[in-house]
Write a protein that binds this ligand. Sequence first.
Ligand SMILES: NC(=O)c1ccc[n+]([C@@H]2O[C@H](COP(=O)([O-])OP(=O)(O)OC[C@H]3O[C@@H](n4cnc5c(N)ncnc54)[C@H](O)[C@@H]3O)[C@@H](O)[C@H]2O)c1
Length: 313
Amino acid sequence: MIKTALIGFGYWGTKLARNFQNQEAFNLMSIVDLNAKNLASAKKNYPLAKLSNNYKKVIIDRAIDLVVIASPTSAHYKIAKFALENFKHVLVEKPLSLSFKEVRKLNVIANKNKKMIFVDYPFLFSGTVNFIKKIINKNKYGKIVEIESFREQAPIRKDVNVIWDLCTHDISILTYLLKSKPCSVRTIKKKNIKGPFCDTAYINLKYPNNINVLIKNAWISPTKIRLIKIKFKKAILYCDENESIYKIRIYKNRSGEISNYNLEIPEIDLTEPLSKLASYIHKSIKNNSNKLFQNKFNEKITHLMEKINKAND
Ligand SMILES: NC(=O)c1ccc[n+]([C@@H]2O[C@H](COP(=O)([O-])OP(=O)(O)OC[C@H]3O[C@@H](n4cnc5c(N)ncnc54)[C@H](O)[C@@H]3O)[C@@H](O)[C@H]2O)c1
């Protein structure tokens, strides 16, 4: 059993707790939070877990194998560093850190101490994105011409801007699907609400082979949108994560006709991505191999995220 400590029992921490608790391979031994109300809720739902408001005390416990970090983003680096220095594997919420330099440092400590870093980029474990990956790898509809991604309506963060909060999902998906990095980056940042950070962003990435990518991220929106459109030479694919079952629609070009399509709605694996992520972590620790995060995957994502944040139109 992988003895697990969870740091941060807020909105997302509760989902992580449920998914680790539900898998036999894990023992959710400790839950840490600074907020007494959240700890009381943890006690009610996980009566066997030890509760604490001090992550350091919990992490130094020799019994713990894996530390799951779901604190606010600004605390990820210091908690992950402390856990790796104390010979624990870590699962860190997205974004892993707000600096490429810090991600490099974490990788150095992980390598030195022979521990693994996992990051919760949930879409990499979703049936939709893995379905799209297969289509791309098989070159089923020809070359990709354009990708548009819209991510609107989400809780407003107090410690990071909308780009670090939402675009990390887009960049994790693009890095997973395309394997190349963009040749140019342009970002328009908007501040529509009071506060220190931009709450809306329009991002344009140009990838090799003339693949044009447009991303819109916005915290404020009357409707929740999680839509990716991929234009291939021979089809246009819509991936709508808000749909409960029919998340992917493929509009296949009819031969010789410009704007006539045949619609295909494929069957998608609807397993909860966090459950798949937990299984992946179990397998990786058991086999001492972390395929998804090899080849500096996290460094590539954070490096591009830094570029997007620094870029202007
Ligand atoms: N993967 C996803 O799709 C996804 C979705 C939502 C949030 N997140 C990420 O999860 C993280 C948490 O987001 P949230 O929405 O759950 O926020 P939240 O504010 O609801 O929860 C954070 C919790 O951490 C606790 N906390 C703060 N500092 C702490 C410390 N030093 N030690 C222990 N506990 C501490 C807070 O009291 C709070 O309960 C963020 O990094 C966010 O980006 C990821």
